[in-house]
Write a protein that binds this ligand. Structure first.
Ligand SMILES: [Ca+2]
Ligand SMILES: [Ca+2]
Length: 408
C-alpha cells in the first residue's frame, strides 16, 4: 500500500513537472521571445555595391536597416574624400540618395561637411530623411548613396555610431525611438584601374610608295596670259615603289578647278624628262640623272583661277603616284589698240572712233588727185587711202568709204 502511494506520488510529481515544463516553455515562447523580438532595435549594416572599381566610376555604399518600421533617419557617414566624391558634390542639383524602397518623399537635409576633426582627407556626409508617406512604412529599408571613385587606393566608409538616429513605429503601432545594433558600421572599396596592357610594338612597315615630286615652275599664283606658252617643270624621284627605286613610268599634268577637287582636263601625259644634277643626292640618284620633268604648255583655257597638278607615276599599274600642284590664274591678253580703226571701211584720217565722215572723203580725194597722202591723213603711218589693199587708190576705195558714211 505504501509502495502504491509512493508510486502515485511519483507519477503525480512527474505529471506536475511535465506540465510545469510545458507552461514555462509556453510562457517563454509567448512572452519572453516575442518581447525580445519586439525590442526597439534596428540592425544596421553598411556595405558597398562592389568590392573594386576603377577610377571615375559611380558606385554605391548601402545602409541596410532591418527589423523595424522606420520613418525618420539621421546619420553621418565619414568617407575618404581624397579617393572619392559624393555624387551631390559634383552634381549639386541632383541627389546622391537612391532608395531601394521608396518611402522617403521628404529629404530635409542632405549635406556634405568637412570632418576636420577626423583628420585630413576625410569628409562627413550628413543625411536626414523624413517620411511623410501615408502608406505603411516597410519593415527594413535600404538606403544607397552614390559615390564616384577618384583616386586609386582603399577608400573607407564609416557610419558614426554616436550620430545615428532612427525613429518609427514599434510592433504595437506606437511611436518609437529605436536603438541601433551595428552589424557593420564600416566598409571599404578598392579603387584600382586594370593594368595598362603592354603596347604591342608593330614593326615599321617598309613604305610601299614614297619619294619626291616638286613642281618648280611656274611660281605659285603666277598669272598667265591666255594664248601664251609657259614652261611647266619640276622633278620627281621614287625612293620606294612597286617598280623599284628611281624608276619613273611617266609624269602627267592635269588641270583642276581652283579647289583642286574637280579635274578639268589633261594638260599632257608622259612629259619630257631632263637632267637635274641638283637632285642627285635624293634616293640614290646618280649624277646626270633624269629626275627632271618639263613641258611647254600653250595656255588654251578660258580666263580664271585653276590648279595644275603634276603626277609622277612609278609603275605601269599606276599603284604608286606622287603629286604636287601649283595655283595659277589665266587672264585674257591686253587688247592692242588699233591705230586706225575701221580703216578698211574708209576711215582715211584714222580718227580713233573709226567714224567715216566728210574728212575721210577729203583725205581720199586729196590722195586720189595728188597721189600722196595729205598731212593729217592716214594716221601716224601715213596710210594710203587704199581701203581694199589693192595697191592703188581708186574710185572703188571711195565707194567703200561712201558705203560706210554716216551723215550727220
Ligand atoms: Ca574718219
Ligand atoms: Ca584700193
Amino acid at each position: 500500500m505504501r509502495k502504491v502511494i509512493s508510486s502515485r506520488k511519483i507519477i503525480s510529481l512527474i505529471i506536475v513537472a511535465i506540465l510545469a515544463s510545458i507552461s514555462i516553455f509556453w510562457y517563454f515562447n509567448r512572452y519572453i521571445y516575442k518581447s525580445r523580438a519586439g525590442e526597439n532595435t534596428v540592425k544596421v549594416n553598411l556595405s558597398t555595391s562592389e568590392p573594386t572599381v576603377p577610377t571615375a566610376k559611380d558606385f554605391f555604399t548601402s545602409i541596410n536597416l532591418s527589423d523595424q518600421k522606420i520613418a525618420a533617419l539621421d546619420f553621418s557617414l565619414v568617407y575618404d574624400s581624397t579617393r572619392m566624391n559624393y555624387y551631390k558634390e559634383t552634381h549639386p542639383n541632383e541627389s546622391g540618395i537612391v532608395q531601394i524602397q521608396t518611402i522617403y518623399d521628404d529629404v530635409t537635409l542632405e549635406e556634405v561637411k568637412d570632418a576636420v576633426e577626423l583628420g585630413a582627407g576625410k569628409k562627413r556626409l550628413r543625411i536626414v530623411l523624413l517620411s511623410t508617406a501615408n502608406t505603411d512604412i516597410k519593415v527594413g529599408q535600404i538606403i544607397s548613396l552614390k559615390f564616384t571613385s577618384k583616386a586609386e587606393g582603399t577608400a573607407s566608409f564609416e557610419l558614426e555610431k554616436n550620430k545615428f538616429f532612427v525613429a518609427g513605429t514599434d510592433i504595437n503601432g506606437n511611436p518609437a525611438d529605436f536603438s541601433i545594433e551595428f552589424q557593420n558600421n564600416t566598409t571599404s572599396i578598392t579603387i584600382s584601374n586594370p593594368p595598362t596592357p603592354t603596347p604591342t610594338i608593330t614593326p615599321t612597315p617598309t613604305p610601299t610608295c614614297s619619294g619626291y615630286n616638286y613642281f618648280d615652275e611656274p611660281a605659285s599664283n603666277t598669272t598667265i596670259i591666255k594664248g601664251s606658252t609657259i614652261l611647266l617643270k619640276g622633278w620627281a624621284r621614287f625612293c620606294y615603289g612597286p617598280a623599284g627605286q628611281g624608276v619613273r613610268n611617266r609624269v602627267d599634268l592635269h588641270l583642276f578647278d581652283v579647289t583642286g577637287n574637280t579635274a578639268i582636263k589633261a594638260v599632257a601625259g608622259s612629259v619630257d624628262s631632263e637632267n637635274r644634277i641638283d637632285t642627285s643626292s635624293y634616293c640614290g640618284s646618280g649624277n646626270l640623272n633624269s629626275n627632271g620633268w618639263k613641258y611647254n604648255w600653250t595656255v588654251d583655257i578660258p580666263p580664271g583661277s585653276y590648279m595644275l597638278k603634276s603626277t609622277a607615276v612609278n609603275d605601269a599599274g599606276n599603284n604608286c603616284k606622287l603629286r604636287s600642284e601649283k595655283n595659277i590664274t589665266i587672264i585674257n591678253p591686253t587688247p592692242t589698240i588699233d591705230p586706225c580703226p575701221n580703216f578698211a571701211k574708209g576711215n582715211a584720217n584714222c580718227d580713233p572712233q573709226g567714224s567715216i565722215t566728210l574728212a575721210d572723203f577729203a583725205c581720199w580725194r586729196y590722195e586720189y588727185i595728188n597721189h600722196e597722202v595729205e598731212d593729217g591723213c592716214g594716221g601716224a603711218q601715213k596710210k594710203s587711202a587704199d581701203f581694199n589693199s589693192s595697191n592703188s587708190v581708186t574710185l572703188f576705195d571711195f565707194a567703200i568709204s561712201r558705203s560706210s558714211y554716216s551723215r550727220p
